[in-house]
Design a protein around this ligand. Structure first.
Ligand code: AMP
Ligand code: MG
Length: 403
């Protein structure tokens, strides 16, 4: 007899002996925290035991992120065609941010009706519910309905403004180390979005504080490589753009086009000689210390200039070997949020990379909304990590002693 279709399987070894229920198809387990866990057991001789697969979760996450990306693309297209006055207006990003969150939340709840739904995300509907928010909610609702129309199963009735507000607020969660929490950045890299450059819809699932799957939709990222000579999406107009990266724990990282090509497995760069490596960093100097990255790169022997792009598209590009290193050193006092790194980090680690803080510690997503880390995040392959860490440590020491 084999076991399939498993939900909530505890980490091995099982903490308690399974008790058989009165039916011969269900087993119940009791974890050390007394959580009751049910296993559905099949008598099919062809199925073999496998722990929690997250297959349905991943399919739902891909669908949610792709639809949210469609909504963002519509808004960005209209924004780029608009006049200079409305380009300096921040409202398009507000509409796309809320719209993207509403879509992801709505799709996840529809696709996974049997799961309890908790979502850690940046937005809530507080401002939209104020009197001057009504016009914006109306616009968001129209956009959400226009975007969902391609999915026949969702279009039985158009969503009302109240449905959209509810979706934005649905499953409000602070994250943490127990249970399942979806983690969403509805538009990561809003500055890039407004400029017409890179941005991402970043969605991950935490289970017991660990990232178990991640999806990155990068509407402006070329399907081929994004190298040092292509800092803006407009400079790569001959390449097809729009990538969807996805990774599930233990199963590698894949990339497909946002319009649905077959997925291909991707791998981080195998470069061992830093002289051949190039590195990514934030486009915005306000988000990362460019002078510190440049000192680290110099110490390491990196010859290529930095590749500056917005958002977790950096993690996606790194996962397929476009560059070999990502350096992020926020200014003093900034606290990193989990939604800015959860999806990106699993996309890179499942592609064979390593993601740590500046002291070499793995990122801990189990502490709530914030990452509690030692200044900075660094990413590279396993071979380069020891020398990168050494260069980071020395450069930080030199910076401190020069103050
Ligand atoms: P990136 O495009 O990689 O620079 O990262 C974009 C993300 O940086 C945004 O989604 C913000 O959450 C985050 N961010 C905002 N302000 C700062 C800051 N002062 N330092 C570092 N990151 C920031
Ligand atoms: Mg962000």
């Amino acid at each position: 007899m084999a076991i399939n279709c498993l939900r909530g399987v505890p980490k091995f070894p099982f903490p308690t002996k399974p008790k058989r229920s009165t039916t011969n198809t269900h087993f119940f387990f009791f974890s050390s925290s007394s959580r009751k866990i049910s296993l559905l057991v099949s008598t099919s001789p062809t199925c073999s035991f496998s722990p929690m697969s997250y297959d349905k979760d991943l399919a739902a996450a891909k669908k949610a992120a792709s639809l949210a990306a469609n909504l963002c693309q519509k808004v960005q297209k209209a924004l780029l065609q608009s006049d200079v006055h409305s380009k300096s207006d921040k409202s398009p990003v507000t509409v796309a941010d809320y719209g993207s969150q509403a879509i992801v939340s709505y799709v996840l709840e529809k696709e996974l009706p049997t799961e309890s739904f908790l979502l850690v995300a940046e937005e809530d509907s507080g401002d939209l519910r104020k009197e001057n928010g009504q016009e914006t909610v109306q616009r968001i609702t129209e956009l959400v309905n226009d975007t969902l129309v391609v999915e026949e199963c969702y279009t039985a009735a158009a969503l009302s403004t109240e449905d959209v507000l509810r979706a934005i607020d649905s499953g409000k969660s602070e994250g943490g180390s127990s249970g399942r929490h979806w983690v969403l950045d509805p538009i990561d890299g809003t500055k890039g979005f407004l400029r017409g450059d890179q941005y991402a819809i970043a969605l991950a699932l935490l289970d017991e504080g660990k990232v178990v799957l991640g999806v990155l939709a990068c509407p402006n990222l070329p399907l081929t490589s994004f190298g040092a000579n292509k800092q803006h999406s407009s400079e790569s107009s001959n390449d097809k753009i729009g990538c969807l990266f996805f990774a599930k724990v233990g199963e590698g990282t894949y990339m497909q086009s946002l319009d649905g090509s077959s997925p291909i497995k991707v791998h981080i760069s195998a470069i061992e000689n830093p002289e051949e490596a190039s590195f990514f960093e934030s486009f915005e100097a306000a988000h990362s210390l460019h002078d510190l990255s440049s000192a680290i790169a110099k110490k390491l022997g990196v010859k290529a200039p930095p590749v500056r792009i917005d958002s977790q598209a950096k993690y996606g590009a790194l996962s397929r070997g476009d560059g070999a290193i990502y350096l992020r050193f926020p200014h003093k006092g900034y606290r990193e949020k989990i939604w800015d790194h959860a999806a990106g980090s699993i996309v890179v680690t499942e592609a064979g990379g390593v993601v740590t803080d500046a002291a070499g510690n793995p990122l801990d997503f189990s502490k709530g909304k914030y990452l509690d880390l030692d200044t900075g995040i660094i990413v590279t392959n396993q071979k380069l990590m020891p020398s990168l860490l050494k260069a980071v440590r020395e450069s930080i020491q030199e910076k401190v002693s020069s103050l």
